[in-house]
Ligand binder design. Structure first.
Ligand SMILES: [Zn+2]
Length: 306
């Protein structure tokens, strides 16, 4: 069932769980996300980045997601991740997305508010929800690179003013996570104190980006079959659970799915040197992604909330 974030996040906040937003750029990943959500009876958000749109084409990709989402009874939002322009948001809405993110967090406060408002006015006319961002994350996501030194924690006062000025349906904040597979040099740490202050002041559902777990077991599975992903480090499950307890309602996961896909491909090809059927090869990678999505859903607490 296709819905926007307003049908998913306020309930999650009230009941004390978070809903996963999982990135896709192809059929198999989409099937894996929807398969895991359906199996666990969990609401889910399918996220698409600008790079994914460039890779697959907006019509083909949105049709795959929408077709699969409409077949199941659990709530599914189709969401643009880190939209940089009004035009891209508009294009996604025209193609049936139920939710968009406008990320103008690199702009000065006033301009962030202005662009976010512009997107909200258009989106709300079409019953589409809007996520915005205040404060920046370090690391690399598709098309967006922030140097660690430029990363800022979200200022709680600024977040409150921003939420009031824009009326966004969800707000991404920076509390110490970063995009990509190499999140922490030392011990992983999130600024739960800042999260508490923000959650205490505003009602808009809060979003955690850059939250992949990057589990050591998956990294060694990749490296055992010819990969070379040393020192990757993600957000441990206990920090995710703390973040959910303190007011995070939407958690983005991209890197973990990429890692599961890569592990699946490498292992399958290594163990089956005579197979050359793409369906068998991709099918195995799809299973690995589904496992990871299911694990994440359980950590977020959204199982049986569909
Ligand atoms: Zn992000």
């Amino acid at each position: 069932m296709l819905v926007n974030l307003n049908k998913i996040l306020p309930r999650a906040y009230k009941m004390g769980y978070a809903v996963g937003a999982f990135n896709t750029s192809n059929l198999e990943t989409t099937q894996a996300i929807i398969g895991a959500a359906e199996k666990l009876n969990s609401p889910v958000i399918i996220a698409v980045s600008e790079k994914a749109i460039q890779y697959a084409g907006i019509e083909a990709l949105s049709q795959i997601i929408i077709t699969l989402a409409q077949k199941i009874s659990i709530p599914v939002a189709v969401h643009l991740d880190h939209g940089k322009t009004y035009e891209l948001c508009r294009q996604c809405i025209k193609n049936g997305f139920t939710s968009v993110m406008i990320d103008a967090s690199h702009l000065p406060f006033k301009e962030n508010v202005r662009l976010t408002r512009q997107v909200i006015i258009y989106a709300h006319k079409h019953n589409v929800s809007v996520e915005a961002e205040i404060g920046r994350l370090a690391g690399i996501e598709d098309n967006i690179e922030v140097k660690t030194g430029d990363a800022l924690y979200t200022d709680p006062d600024e977040a409150r003013k921003f939420a009031m000025a824009t009326g966004c349906d969800a707000l991404a904040i920076a509390i110490g996570t970063s995009h990509g597979a190499y999140k922490f040099k030392g011990k992983p740490k999130l600024r739960i104190d800042i999260l508490k202050q923000i959650a205490g002041q505003i009602k808009n559902p809060l979003v955690l980006h850059g939250a992949s777990g990057v589990k050591a077991i998956w990294i060694s599975r990749i490296n055992r079959c010819g990969g070379d992903l040393e020192q990757a480090k993600g957000v441990p499950d206990d920090l995710i659970i703390q973040a959910v307890r303190n007011g995070i309602s939407k958690i983005n996961t991209d890197t973990d799915l990429r890692i599961a896909f890569t592990a699946g491909l490498r292992e399958f090809l290594h163990e089956n040197p005579t197979v050359f059927d793409p369906r068998k090869i991709s099918g195995h990678a799809r299973e690995m992604i589904q496992q990871v999505v299911a694990d994440r859903i359980k950590i977020f607490g959204s199982a049986d909330q569909g």
